[in-house]
Design a protein around this ligand. Structure first.
Ligand SMILES: [Zn+2]
Length: 195
């Protein structure tokens, strides 16, 4: 073999150059980089978060100050607009707690579809709800027994379910804790309340 042919065999072909460049890109992708590009990574979906992270996020929401609309309903006995929004049509298994203080109020097993446009429950968790007659005597207001936050009104004698009782509750007064998170949420709340 002549020297020139030997040299030509040793020189990289265009294909080899492209392959080497691709390998370099793959190496960076595999090993990551120190640049700022990761900051634009999409926020993980709920399903990607750990139970601990989801419970912590719910507890943080309870500890955050009430919004203007939450204050109007919870602290000033307001009523949110009725409709299919909020928890009205929610069917997921879990626990409904007080938005203002985090106390357990209702289990999803007590929730039913009343058609009234607000979430409806036919029973509360024992001792969780306080009953007060409205000043006009026509209706009975329900409040969180722990923090006195306004929940809504209770109606009886409508024969919706066996308990013959309908707690008509503003979605905004509650926070839903999915069944998979309940244990962790309860643990976290107990630990934080002890401090
Ligand atoms: Zn409360």
């Amino acid at each position: 073999m002549k020297f020139a042919e030997l040299l030509a065999n040793q020189l990289p072909t265009a294909g080899m150059v492209v392959a080497a460049a691709l390998m370099g890109v793959m190496l960076v992708l595999l090993l990551g980089c120190d640049c700022e590009c990761g900051k634009d990574a999409p926020v993980p979906e709920e399903g990607d978060k750990s139970v601990e992270a989801r419970a912590a996020a719910l507890w943080a929401k309870i500890q955050s100050p009430l919004s203007a609309e939450e204050t109007r309903v919870i602290r000033q006995q307001g009523t949110e607009r009725s409709g299919p929004g909020g928890y009205t049509n929610a069917d997921s298994k879990g626990l409904y707690v007080c938005r203002a203080c985090g106390s357990s109020l209702y289990r999803s097993e007590s929730k039913f579809h009343s058609g009234c446009g607000w979430p409806a429950f036919d029973d509360e968790i024992n001792g969780a709800v306080r009953y007060l007659p409205d000043p006009d005597g026509a209706r009975t207001e329900i409040r969180c027994a722990a923090c006195d936050g306004h929940l809504g009104h209770v109606f009886t004698g409508e024969a919706f379910t066996e308990t013959n009782m309908r707690h008509c509750v503003n979605s905004i007064s509650m926070l839903f804790i999915p069944a998979a998170i309940v244990d962790e949420y309860t643990k976290l709340r107990a630990a934080q309340s002890d401090q």
